[in-house]
Design a binder for this molecule. Structure first.
Ligand code: BGC
Ligand code: BGC
Length: 832
């Protein structure tokens, strides 16, 4: 555990660095360095393989494709270097895929890549990478640990190392060799949607915990390094991802090289020293230039100065963002130093253009060879040439992992307020638990949990998890107390103490960017609830779930005690361990978490661009020692948002469906609805309708939909309580969407508005769509009145969008909305 004297050390180092800034010159920028050790035997092996490779094999090795878009046969045919499963991508599109399903798919990829090659060409095993960023989080039933921000609050390097080790063991058990973790971002602006992936705003703390994570994932250099239950780690995202202007994801980090190195570069030295074998390039820019095209940072600094001898993996189509590049054609990124390209969907076209460049002498061959050599070196070190990663029948040590996660939850909690020593609570009492975070394992786990954006459905997605409510209820009942969940019946229950669990809903990456740090700006949802609960005259303890410190003065004022619980993951019981006393009224586990970011005293930055601080970095109360926290100013609160029902611009789907609508698949054969709020889903049967993510304007904002054969299956935006769309029809509104036809015509597609059982107005789009070009995004709309003339009762709409096709048809959809008829784009449907 990092104790107080060590905080002092962090502070001292920071001061030292600040002082150093003032007097150093540009040639001696403080990039940390590591001492790589090239092993002669490995190098000889790699050279031998490299010499025997064909050009096609070399180009194949620098490509990584996504498992929904690549088959084991493709890997064999094109000699691809790697595959990944993106966040929320599972074997067979099945979010409940078993460990056996994962292992079987891994073996198929392994076997395919290990088939003997013709003409003496070398056999090169494929690598599979996954985002196991807080546990093996794409796997149904796996233990989910607190996100990095919570681990940062624990400041416990041994704990971080143990979690990384346990996660690596889970990853290895599914036959996967590589995790895209740890994130070494030093988040400096909490408006960033990835702040929770960052351990801390303090570079030294990120360095210590990042080093521990790398050692836990790969094993300590020397003994057991990349051994059986270990996998490859990724130091990401190099460099400056956490420093972007206003915290905008994939934005621009504007800093001197000195500051870039000492703030954002620092953790990479320790990670490389600990043996991190891959580094992921950041989507972001440094002073206006994208990292994926930054030869100075990727090659001169990272590889030459810092001594990195593994390979640089590009981020998800990140190369496509370099000026002059596209996703399918980007030589400058290779030249700059990206060694392997993450081209999830479009890898075929990327391969074709790269090969063409190579055949026409446009690819610097030393650079290509260097990239391939680095990839082979890592594969050799990881033992891939010695035999495939053997998966297991089940995840290992699940109970021990759950216990570890629960301990991590306890150690990550930061006590911010505890007036009148409300905490810990006597479990023999009558305890009321309320708030939308109380009994929701998806919400308490945050983004990168089963789905990329996190889970928005029920606790059934977590067969082994425990919600915060469940954890508390278990202990209270055991102690003879009583618990009541929810506000209904609260007054009759007459609680002794109220526990409120509220916070942010899950998000990932740019979708979590915010413009203000106010919790629920323009809404009084949580506040109104706290005020209603205040009337019960029992002390209120708030457990706050969030991916970052937020401005919560109004909520703090209405709570007697307040705990920052971050995104604890599946072991909600860890909250009970701290919040509740034992049966004898003794503290079970004292709160030990300390803020690894400072907590804002205002929702917006001051003119200097800084957020004033309410609780300092390192703050965290212990039980018993506390002066009471007085009333805090609330005048910065945003006014309550006015309802905008007036205008006819309504977003229905922009990567996720807007309430009250939910995105579903109708499985005609099984007569069921399949939730499609995750990124991928499918109906049952051989010609199943499938839906997978794709990109329109930003990552993951679109869906690709495929009807391989004739089914009555449909993709729907539906709601349980019907909606009256007549006012919108009266204002001449239309259903508008962006569409990209992926298959050749004809496109026997129909779009309906549905109004409950056997009520629909369906419009055939086949002829109109036949006139649109394929593989290009188009904006189209169908007037609401068309659906009405086709039989829809607009007074009680149950599905605002119901698309079906007489397959085979494949298309992508984005930005489904309601807008005024004349707003632009092609008019489809009825005439006039
Ligand atoms: C993220 C990376 C992640 C990758 C693969 C990207 O969108 O930025 O952190 O490793 O996707 O899922
Ligand atoms: C990936 C993300 C990616 C997103 C975009 C997810 O599956 O993990 O990294 O940005 O898909 O579609």
């Amino acid at each position: 555990m990092i104790s107080n004297p060590q905080f002092a050390r962090f502070a001292a180092t920071s001061l030292f660095l600040l002082a150093a800034t003032a007097c150093s010159d540009a040639t001696s920028t403080p990039w940390p360095t590591a001492t790589p050790e090239l092993d002669a035997e490995t190098e000889a092996f790699v050279d031998n393989v490299l010499q025997r490779m064909s050009l096609e094999q070399k180009v194949g090795q620098i490509i990584q494709a996504e498992i929904q878009h690549v088959s084991p046969e493709d890997v064999r045919e094109f000699g691809l270097g790697s595959v990944l499963n993106g966040g929320g991508s599972f074997p067979g599109l099945d979010r409940r895929a078993s460990i056996a399903d994962w292992t079987a798919l891994a073996s198929r990829f392994q076997d395919a890549s290990r088939q003997p090659m013709a003409e003496g060409l070398p056999v090169i095993p494929v690598l599979w990478g996954t985002d196991a960023v807080h546990g093996h989080n794409n796997v149904f039933g796996a233990t989910i640990y607190p996100h990095n921000i919570g681990l940062g609050a624990s400041r416990n390097t041994a704990l971080v190392q143990a979690i990384a080790r346990a996660t690596a063991a889970d990853v290895a058990a599914t036959g996967i060799d590589w995790t895209f973790a740890p994130t070494l971002a030093v988040a400096r602006d909490l408006r960033w949607g990835r702040a929770y992936e960052s351990f801390s705003s303090n570079p030294e703390l990120v360095t210590e915990l990042g080093r521990a994570a790398v050692i836990g994932i790969q094993g300590p250099p020397g003994a057991d390094w990349l051994g059986e239950a270990r996998v490859l780690a990724t130091a990401k995202h190099f460099v400056g991802d956490g420093g972007t202007h206003q915290g905008i994801d994939q934005g621009d980090t504007r800093l001197s090289e000195q500051r870039l190195a000492e703030i954002h570069g620092l953790p990479y030295g320790a990670a490389l020293e600990a043996g991190a074998q891959t580094v992921m390039a950041s989507f972001s820019s440094w002073n206006g230039r994208k990292l994926h095209g930054h030869d100075y940072l990727l090659t001169e600094i990272l590889k030459e100065r810092m001594g990195f001898d593994g390979f640089v993996i590009g981020d998800w189509n990140g190369h496509g963002q370099i000026p002059g590049c596209s996703v399918t054609d980007c030589l400058p990124a290779l030249e700059a130093g990206v060694d392997m390209f993450m081209v999830p969907e479009d890898w075929r076209e990327f391969r074709t253009t790269m090969l063409e460049h190579a055949r026409n002498g446009r690819v610097p061959m030393d650079r290509l060879d260097d990239a391939v050599r680095r990839i082979l070196r890592v594969k050799k070190r990881a033992g891939l040439f010695d035999g495939p990663t053997e998966g297991a029948a089940a995840l290992p040590e699940t109970q021990a992992h759950a216990a570890l996660a629960r301990r991590a939850v306890r150690e990550s909690l930061v006590l911010l307020k505890n007036n009148d020593q409300v905490l810990p609570i006597d479990p023999g009492q009558r305890i009321l638990i309320v708030g939308d975070g109380a009994d929701d394992i998806g919400k308490q786990s945050g983004g990168w949990t089963l789905d990329w954006q996190g889970v928005t459905e029920t606790n059934e997605s977590f067969p082994n998890g425990q919600s915060i409510y469940q954890g508390i209820a278990e202990q209270v009942r055991r102690a003879g107390g009583q618990v009541h969940l929810g506000e209904a019946g609260a007054a009759e229950f007459d609680p002794d103490t109220v526990i409120v669990v509220v916070g942010e809903d899950p998000y990932a990456e740019g979708q979590g960017d915010v413009s203000t740090l106010e919790f629920q700006p323009g809404s009084r949802e949580a506040l109104d609830m706290l005020e209603r609960l205040g009337a019960l005259d029992a002390p209120i303890a708030t457990v706050f779930l969030s991916g970052r410190p937020l401005w919560v003065n109004p909520e703090l004022n209405r709570s007697d005690a307040f705990i920052a619980a971050w995104l604890p993951g599946t072991e909600g019981g860890g909250v009970a361990d701290v919040v509740l006393a034992d049966e004898n009224g003794q503290v079970q586990h004292a709160p030990v978490g300390k803020l690894s970011f400072s907590w804002p005293a205002a929702p917006m930055p001051n003119p200097a661009g800084e957020f004033p601080t309410l609780f300092d970095f390192g703050f965290g109360l212990a039980y018993g020692e506390v002066p009471a926290l007085g009333a805090l100013p609330e005048d910065a609160m945003a006014p309550r948002a006015e309802s905008t029902a007036e205008d006819a611009d309504i977003v229905l789907f922009d990567g996720s469906a807007s309430a009250p609508w939910r995105i579903m698949l109708r499985d005609a054969a099984a007569e069921t609805l399949v939730d499609a709020s995750g990124q991928i889903a499918r109906t049952s049967g051989p010609a199943a309708l499938t839906i997978t993510p794709t990109d329109r304007k930003i990552q993951g904002d679109a869906r690709r939909i495929s009807w391989p054969g004739n089914t009555e299956d449909a993709v729907l935006l539906s709601t349980e309580e019907s909606v009256d769309l007549r006012p919108l029809r009266d204002r001449s509104a239309a259903i508008a969407f962006d569409i990209r036809l992926e298959s050749e015509p004809p496109h026997p597609i129909s779009l309906a508005v549905e109004c409950g059982e056997s009520c629909a107005g369906s419009v055939a789009l086949t002829d109109d769509l036949g006139t649109l070009p394929t593989r290009e995004w188009q904006s189209v709309h169908v007037a609401l009145k068309c659906f009405e003339s086709a039989g829809a009762d607009l007074s009680r709409v149950s599905s605002v969008f119901a698309m079906s096709a007489d397959g085979p048809v494949e298309l992508s959809l984005a930005d489904i909305r309601i807008e005024p008829e004349g707003a632009g784009g092609a008019t489809l449907g009825c005439d006039g």
